[in-house]
Design a protein around this ligand. Structure first.
Ligand SMILES: [Zn+2]
Length: 331
């Protein structure tokens, strides 16, 4: 490896429920090339690994053709993974043979002949936001991702939780009502059952069916449509987001009381609702929480589509190339 680190780059992948993204990230933290593919849906981990390996090989070739020196790759995974061993954990909600212990990191490493790390997407989104997104001027933050499920990550004084705690920060399974809705994890009243995009869609379908308010929402609206309609002033869509904000505030208050973070970043698809969702959630959280720290900012992700990919690639760049990128305003 040459002494000039400006020519170094890392590859990043984001294996999400809604798609597979890949990109090349340079030593300034810039995403140079992005590729989007449909999410690989397969029963066996080998098949998913093959799709990821092919995308990594393509990206590595492209990076090398552009004159970059690739130090390795980072993968942000919605499928649970043990970051210490780089192996898949058993899926929460399905009983699939062959998943637990599948060495995804090692497989990819062998396939592209470069070092590869694989981590859970919540912590990787938090790391991406911390380095080059909404958290770049803060030393600590809590990240909450609102998608089909609810994930999270914690950065304290510039440090990620250690890999030995890589299974921590499953904020979606904070209990907000022990007699509440049954969660596939086996408990009742998990936060995810109330604040995920899926939960919003479920409540919206019920509200449309009840027909108490005139609305332009479909019978089974997607979260995206609910947000779009709320932005256009649809009364029911607005009401649904305010109700959603109430559930969001309950869990955010717990996180505020647990960590007293200066910043909470809301990511995932629902962060697109912006202030329509965040303003009432912020107001209620600040009214409910203990006055343990003077001010907690609650903001939407600045990298709604790339936080996980960037977090994983920048971690790979640091771990395998010795390049730490942080685009704080002061630098
Ligand atoms: Zn649960």
């Amino acid at each position: 490896m040459s002494g000039d680190k400006t020519s170094l780059c890392a590859l990043g992948l984001d294996l999400g429920g809604a798609g597979l993204k890949g990109g090349i990230v340079n030593s300034e933290g810039k995403l140079l090339e992005g590729k989007h593919l449909p999410s690989p849906v397969h029963d066996q981990p080998e098949q998913i690994a093959d799709v990821l390996a092919k995308l990594l090989r393509d990206l590595a070739e492209e990076a090398q053709a552009q004159g970059w020196e690739v130090v390795g790759a980072g993968v942000s995974s919605t499928l649970d993974v043990d970051p210490q061993s780089g192996c898949f954990l058993p899926p929460h909600f399905a009983h699939l043979e062959g998943w637990q212990g599948y060495p995804i990191a090692q497989y990819l490493q062998d396939a592209i002949d470069l070092p590869v790390l694989v981590e859970n997407d919540g912590p990787m989104c938090a790391w991406g936001e911390y380095l080059v997104g909404a958290g770049r001027d803060y030393n600590s933050l809590v990240m909450v991702t609102l998608g089909s499920g609810v994930g999270g990550g914690v950065i304290l004084e510039g440090k990620r939780l250690p890999d030995t705690l890589g299974r921590a920060a499953y904020f979606g399974h904070l209990c907000i009502d022990q007699h509440g809705l049954a969660c596939p994890c086996g408990r009742r009243g998990c936060w995810e059952m109330y604040v995920s995009a899926t939960a919003l869609e479920r409540r919206a379908a019920e509200a449309v069916a009840a027909a108490l308010h005139p609305t332009r929402l479909d019978k089974r609206p997607t979260a995206q449509q609910i947000v779009a309609m709320a932005q256009q002033g649809d009364a029911l869509a607005c009401r649904l987001l305010v109700e959603h904000a109430g559930f969001l505030a309950v869990g955010l208050t717990d996180l505020a009381n647990l960590f007293a973070p200066p910043l909470i970043v809301i990511g995932g698809g629902l962060s697109q609702a912006g202030e329509l969702l965040l303003a009432p959630a912020r107001e209620q959280m600040n009214a409910l929480r203990l006055p343990i720290c003077p001010k907690i900012a609650v903001v939407a992700s600045q990298l709604p589509f790339e936080a996980g990919l960037l977090g994983a690639a920048l971690l790979a760049l640091e771990r395998f190339g010795g390049v730490y990128v942080r685009n704080a305003k002061q630098s």
